[in-house]
Design a protein around this ligand. Structure first.
Ligand SMILES: [Zn+2]
Length: 73
């Protein structure tokens, strides 16, 4: 489902969800926003908010991508 952010989580109509595990980000969760240069608007499901624990491997991946002169994989 591309528009799963419209799925009713029981909270707001489009509560934030972790890009890695797709679970809702709770107000008490520590989060990290990871930005991928090849996905500036998050349409590929890469750029966005992650749980702090989930963000680590994506952050290192984003770091590589953002330093790579070509765009995409
Ligand atoms: Zn997560």
């Amino acid at each position: 489902m591309f528009l799963d952010d419209k799925f009713p989580y029981g909270g707001g109509p489009s509560g934030p969800s972790c890009q890695a595990c797709k679970r809702m980000i709770l107000p008490s969760d520590r989060t990290k926003r990871v930005v991928f240069r090849n996905d500036p608007d998050g349409s590929q499901g890469l750029t966005g908010d992650y749980h702090l624990a989930c963000s680590r491997r994506f952050e290192s991946l984003a770091h590589v991508i953002n330093l790579t002169p070509w765009c995409g994989f």
